[in-house]
Every structure is written in C-alpha cells, then in structure tokens.
Design a protein around this ligand. Structure first.
Ligand code: NAG
Ligand code: NAG
Ligand code: NAG
Ligand code: NAG
Ligand code: NAG
Length: 250
C-alpha cells in the first residue's frame, strides 16, 4: 500500500473560475477529469513561438505507474489525444491522435515519449495558417482564441472512461515560419458542436486527484504470479484554502 504523504496540505487549493469553465488548481497544476495533470500552459495564456508546448503529468503526480502497463491492471491510461480548436475561427487541428503523421505534422503516442518521465512535454509545430503576430488582423484570420482539448481514455478501478478537458489559450504572440510548419488542411478535422461532443456527460466522473481527493487507485504491475497490487490513497487535507478568482479576457 502506497501512501501519498506529500505536502498536499501545504498547497492551497484554488478553484479558479473563468468565462468558460472552472479550473481546480493547486501549486500551479491544473487537475482534470483523469490521471493527467496539466503543468503548462495556464488557462488564458497568450501563446506563440516555434511550437506550442503542453506539459502533462500522466501519473497523477506519481500515483499511477508509467507504461508499459499490465494490460489487466484495474487502472491505466489507454491513450491521450490532444486537439486545438476554436469556434471563433472554425478550426479543429490534431496535435496528437496517437499516430504520427509525416514529419510529425501531428504527433504520435505521447505516452511513449520521454520514457521514464512522468511529465510529457508535447511540442507541436504551429500549422502555417497561425503564422503572424498579435491579435487577428482580419475576420478571416485563423489566429485568436482557441482551446487545447485534452482527451483521456483510461481505466480507473476497472471502469473505462473517456473525458474531455478544454483549456482556453489565445494564439496572439508571434509565430514565425520555421520551415516545417504543417499546412492547416493536413491537420484539420471537422468541428463538432458542443451538443455533439457533450463534454458534461463525458466528464461526469469529475475532476480527480486534487489535494483532498480520497480516490483509491487499484493497479497491478508485471504479470502472472509476480503481479503486485498497489493502492494509492490520498492523505486527508487538514487545511484547505478555497479561493475564487477570475481570468480576464484578453
Ligand atoms: C484509445 O483507447 C480506446 C480504448 O481502448 C480505444 O477505443 C481508442 O480507439 C483508442 N484511441 C486511440 C487514438 O488510440
Ligand atoms: C472553449 O471551450 C469552451 C467550453 O469548454 C467554449 O465555451 C468556448 O467557446 C471555447 N472557445 C473557443 C474559442 O472555441
Ligand atoms: C517525430 O517525433 C518523434 C518523437 O519525438 C521522434 O522520435 C521522431 O524522430 C520525429 N520524426 C520526425 C520525422 O521528425
Ligand atoms: C491523425 O491525425 C492526422 C492529422 O489530422 C490525420 O491525417 C490522421 O488520419 C489521423 N489518424 C487517425 C488514426 O485518426
Ligand atoms: C476535433 O476533432 C477530433 C477528431 O476528429 C474530434 O474528436 C473532436 O471532438 C473535435 N473537436 C471539436 C471541438 O469539434
């Protein structure tokens, strides 16, 4: 039995509200309906540069083993896919769907990247229609407000889930041509309506593994007779600070 004796109580738990969604954050981390914890970017951040970088802890801060998993384990991550979409520009790009496309225009399985590391740094070269600087300069610009949509397919204690976690960011910082920017069409998907996606139903499990969450993770490692059962249980949080604050629209 593994106990999380960490300093949960020393990090205040923030429930941050924004124009679109509430975020549960603590110590700079953003908790999701799944094992992944978002380290960066923070919601509402203006982004640019050569790549967009999404830093995800895929172990619920060390509580879930890293792959390769025991396929029979009661808890594991099947896969994580990430899209970048906007109802304002009508775009829905693939950052990763598990299968790398030519020149990593969209990325392969992030769970296999950086083996041994609980944090996966997903770096994706901006597609060409996002090149520019500043706010969108015309109504047909593809720059502007987007969501990074993190989709987790996982098994928790023998139950399968598929959850959707959207993080608002804006593509307003400078993005230059770096030579291998994929064409937008090569990484585009149809844009579905919120009703078709129904994130609320998908996310009925709620945000997991924030400080104070008592979810017990049952998991096995290895196979056959050598199989070991681990459980992670959170320590009770003695002192918890609840603070609400707002992100301002840019
Ligand atoms: C993710 O895993 C689920 C469950 O095994 C599977 O149905 C789905 O096709 C997988 N998706 C990807 C992109 O691998
Ligand atoms: C981002 O997602 C929220 C729902 O999670 C949605 O209300 C909002 O319109 C999306 N923003 C953009 C720019 O598409
Ligand atoms: C694609 O990314 C993977 C993982 O970072 C890397 O191993 C591979 O060399 C890259 N392929 C290309 C064509 O850049
Ligand atoms: C993954 O995304 C790329 C780019 O959008 C697409 O070409 C490819 O068909 C997708 N693959 C799968 C298995 O969905
Ligand atoms: C974006 O495309 C992916 C892959 O087709 C899909 O699963 C996802 O629901 C789409 N997102 C939106 C907002 O339409």
């Amino acid at each position: 039995m593994k106990f999380f004796s960490g300093s949960a109580a020393s990090f205040p738990l923030f429930v941050a509200s924004t124009w679109a969604a509430d975020f549960v954050t603590s110590g700079g981390q953003i908790f999701t309906p799944g094992f992944a914890i978002l380290d960066a970017p923070q919601p509402g951040t203006p982004l640019g540069g050569d790549t967009i970088e999404v830093a995800l802890d895929v172990s619920a801060n060390g509580k879930l083993n890293l792959p390769p998993y025991d396929p029979d384990s009661p808890s594991l991550i099947h896969n994580i896919t990430i899209f970048l979409y906007s109802y304002e520009t009508g775009r829905n790009f693939t950052i990763t769907n598990g299968t790398a496309s030519e020149n990593n225009a969209s990325l392969g399985d992030i769970m296999l990247s950086e083996p041994g590391s609980t944090v996966k740094h997903v770096k994706w070269t901006w597609p060409d229609c996002l090149i520019g600087d500043g706010k969108p300069d015309s109504s047909d610009s593809d720059r502007g407000d987007y969501n990074i949509s993190i989709r987790q397919s996982f098994r928790l204690n023998d139950e399968d889930h598929y959850t959707i976690f959207d993080v608002p960011i804006s593509v307003t910082n400078s993005i230059e041509f770096v030579g291998n920017n994929p064409t937008c069409d090569s990484v585009s998907n149809p844009l579905l309506t919120p009703e078709e996606i129904d994130a609320e139903a998908a996310n009925s499990i709620g945000v997991l593994f924030a400080p104070g969450d008592a979810t017990v993770i049952q998991q096995t490692t290895g196979s056959g007779a050598g199989s070991m059962v681990f459980e992670w249980k959170s320590a009770a949080v003695g002192l918890m600070t609840l603070t609400a604050f707002h992100f301002f629209s840019l």
